[in-house]
Write a protein that binds this ligand. Structure first.
Ligand code: ATP
Length: 386
């Protein structure tokens, strides 16, 4: 693999960090990438058939905590992820209608206080104080796009059916935040991607981790252990650092299959996705469960995984045919007790995307599998979701 720029390698592993170049198909192996985003507000999104969509510039939080307008580097893309809010089912809702509902926890109120207290608007644009209000609506919209993105590529070992085609592979250069070789364990993947984000969700942060890559590249293998490890760490914080502060952990799990939504923790009940007046995506009828011990979470995750739509493709015998979204939500009531309804404080979303499929991977597939593939590739664009 070609590498340019500085590298830092872990003393005890083959992890390589920062500014590395690689192919989607390198050294005869397929790669999948894990992307992690943190967001201060709402989410939108766009991933277009293997490439991450980015904007030319955005507000970005610097290491000193200030936000500045800057060009995005290739390794820090302004990708919107998508977020969901739970909505109780309402019998009179019409298909496709917009609905208003109390947005739990965050959004513009929190963001406004964040922006004004940090004087982000003035600092980032150099405007006089009295222009602050005038420019606020523009900045509010831009600040909603504030995102930190980390893109990590993991290389998997060849399987028995694969041959090493390294010498025939065209070389292309890409830049990632980290590249994890085939001897890196799932625990190390967790440490590299999710672990440091967990404490932030107790502080009004919503974050998304998703795996993206071709069918058979190892997305499910990589993603499946992450929510359980994150839950363990969340519960440790709830029971120790935040003991008696009224934080509660909730889990929900659903999939998008063939353009439809199914609740994986509620007998695959069909769900509706809607957008409210604040462009928040709402999953109507999705069940979420309060969890307070790791065993229960493990059971939920296993149950959800067992309910996922799976099939066989030319490239993967046990291919996920759906996009699966598992959310860990931290809530807290206003007074920290359980007597009042809890509101969302932060959320961690894990998205195991169905594999993007090349035509070459689907030549042996039957009609249903090909239609699934077309649907998967279409939905991967997240059109209509954000
Ligand atoms: N890092 C790894 N080490 C060992 N085996 C791996 C690794 N990554 C993936 N595999 C194996 O490769 C096969 C394909 O992996 P997986 O099902 O996770 O791919 P996928 O990208 O989720 O595919 P699809 O999109 O079709 O669902 C599985 O048998 C899995 O056990």
């Amino acid at each position: 693999m070609n590498v340019v720029g500085g590298q830092v390698s872990r003393s005890n592993s083959s992890m390589l960090h920062k500014r590395q170049n690689s192919d989607n198909f390198i050294d005869g192996r397929w790669y999948q990438s894990t992307t992690f985003t943190e967001d201060l507000g709402s989410y939108g999104g766009g991933v277009h058939q293997g490439s991450v969509w980015s904007r030319a510039s955005s507000l970005r939080k610097a290491s000193n905590g200030q936000v500045s307008t800057s060009e995005l580097t290739p390794s820090l893309l302004d990708l919107h992820s998508f977020d969901t809010e739970l909505l109780r089912e309402m019998p009179k809702l019409q298909e496709g209608s917009l609905i208003n509902h109390p947005v739990h926890g965050k959004s513009f109120d929190d963001l406004e206080s964040f922006l004004s207290s940090a004087k982000l608007v003035n600092r980032s644009r150099g405007l006089p104080e009295n222009n602050l209000q005038k420019s606020f609506s523009v900045d509010k919209e831009r600040a909603n796009n504030v995102a930190k993105i980390k893109v990590v590529v993991r290389k998997r070992p060849l399987n028995k059916k694969e041959v090493d085609l390294t010498e025939y592979v065209e070389k292309h250069e890409f830049v990632f935040d980290a590249v994890l070789n085939e001897d890196v364990s799932n625990n190390e993947v967790y440490a590299e991607t999710v672990e440091h984000i967990v404490p932030l969700i107790f502080n009004r942060t919503k974050a998304t981790c998703f795996a993206y890559g071709q069918t058979g590249s190892g997305k499910t293998y990589t993603m499946q252990p992450l929510p359980l490890k994150a839950s363990q760490d969340i519960l440790t914080l709830v029971n120790h650092r935040y003991q008696s502060q009224g934080f509660q952990l909730f889990v929900s799990f659903f999939e998008i299959y063939g353009g439809k939504l199914f609740d994986l923790l509620n007998d695959r009940k069909k769900l509706c996705m809607r957008e409210d007046g604040k462009q928040q995506v709402c999953i109507v009828g999705l069940q979420e469960y309060r969890v307070s011990n790791v065993e229960t979470i493990k059971d939920f995750i296993e149950k959800g995984n067992a309910s996922r739509s799976a099939g066989t493709t030319g490239a993967n015998e046990e291919s996920s045919r759906s996009h699966a979204i598992l959310q860990l939500c931290i809530k807290k009531s206003a007074d920290g007790t359980e007597s009042r309804p809890a509101r969302v404080v932060g959320k961690l979303s894990f998205i195991d995307l169905a594999g993007s499929e090349r035509g070459a991977d689907t030549t042996n597939n039957d009609k249903q599998t090909r239609l699934e593939g077309a649907g998967i590739n279409k939905i991967t664009c997240f059109e209509g979701i954000h």
